[in-house]
Design a protein around this ligand. Structure first.
Ligand code: FA5
Length: 348
């Protein structure tokens, strides 16, 4: 019997056996026997090279045709077995495959994260770069380098969570950063002006909670240092931010304030969204909500990082992020952001 006759016989046998198969395990044995590595068909295909030229072409074509035919029969059988199984479980378990499936719960970004992204977008469009810094910080970066030495009363305005850590040989102490300003120092230690950055992140204060205060909240720091930067650049940049974020009709107020690392210092407040300036619980009856502290970078801060204050000047600001969506959407209690109530969170 020549090879082509053998293949014809193989086909009859394989298809005959396949017709009688009615479970997946038998089907797998059939596949191994007729299409597997050690099957007769694979051997024929592998040894084509040894055949005389006259037979090679016809045997090769015949063997490949048979392989394709067996594979397609195998797929058909697999489908038929699957359908038969499904039909039997529909009968046995009363399964209704036409019922709609359960919807997958789809998550979304937290409103504070969404706000950070929006603020980043506004400042990057004005040429600022986004950088991040550590939440566990050295006393030096959080206070000392920002003109707040150990006995300075300004430390009292930021009740600090200290880390229980033995001072090292440099007498350094660790804390949870109370603001994002330490990144001003860290960044200026590494990068020379001109520079423009914003630094979003978590900050921590050991404070009582009320409608506008929580012990863990977010800030975004801004810092721009270059030749010839003035207070007008600071105000222009923050007005532009407010216009883009809150719209052009929302009033903005600057007032003098004190922060040891800026001179002069200001605070910026926005007209309260809940009472439209009339006075309510959220704004403490003042009609305004303070959202950030800012000012011109103190010459001593620049000097400490090796930047000459006679050549360079800069402005900095630190904004409380939670208060921004509160003002935009008229949310009257900051604690709602962290109470994990989906009815609140799903609105954003
Ligand atoms: C600071 O933290 C300064 N680092 C800001 C600064 C940066 C001034 C650069 C000058 C130059 P202050 O403590 O005021 O400042 O906090 C800044 C903002 O954080 C506040 O305006 C407020 O919006 C927000 N904030 C402060 N404490 C809380 C709190 N407990 N809960 C929620 N938001 C708060």
């Amino acid at each position: 019997m020549d090879v082509l006759e053998q293949l014809a016989e193989l086909k009859v046998r394989a298809l005959g056996e396949l017709a009688d198969i009615d479970d997946a395990r038998e089907l797998e044995s059939w596949r191994v026997c007729y299409l597997g590595k050690k099957s007769r068909l694979t051997a024929v295909l592998r040894n084509l090279g040894e055949l005389p030229l006259s037979e090679k072409k016809s045997v090769g074509a015949g063997a490949n045709r048979l392989r394709v035919e067996l594979e397609s029969n195998l797929e058909q059988k697999k489908r038929a077995l699957r359908e038969a199984k499904l039909a039997s479980s529909v009968q046995k378990e009363g399964l209704d495959i036409s019922l709609p499936g359960y919807p997958f719960p789809v998550g979304r970004l937290h409103p504070v994260t969404q706000t950070i992204h929006k603020i980043n977008d506004i400042f990057t469009s004005m040429g600022f770069q986004v950088v991040e810094g550590p939440e566990v910080e050295w006393d030096y970066y959080n206070f000392e380098a920002l003109n707040i030495p150990e006995e300075h009363p300004a430390r009292d305005t930021m009740a600090t969570l200290w880390i229980d850590y033995e001072k090292d040989s440099n007498q350094r102490q660790m804390l949870l950063r109370t603001h994002t300003s330490p990144m001003q120092i860290r960044f200026m230690e590494k990068v020379r002006p001109p520079l423009r950055i914003v630094v979003p992140g978590k900050v921590y204060r050991y404070e009582a909670t009320d409608a506008t205060h929580i012990p863990m909240f977010h800030q975004i720091e801004g810092l721009a240092v270059d030749e010839g930067i003035t207070m007008a650049d600071l105000k222009g940049t923050l007005y532009e931010f407010s216009r883009r974020f809150f719209g052009k009709d929302r009033k903005v107020r600057f007032r003098c304030d004190y922060f040891p690392f800026v001179e002069p210092g200001v605070e910026m407040a926005i007209e309260c969204a809940v009472c439209k300036g009339e006075g309510c619980r959220l704004c403490g009856s003042s009609g305004w909500i303070e959202i950030l502290g800012a000012g011109m970078v103190h010459p001593e801060v620049l000097r400490r990082v090796g930047i000459d204050p006679e050549v360079y000047t800069g402005f900095a600001f630190g904004m409380g992020i939670e208060r921004i969506p509160m003002l935009r959407y008229g949310i009257d209690d900051i604690r709602l952001f962290y109470s994990s109530d989906l009815r609140f969170l799903r609105q954003f």
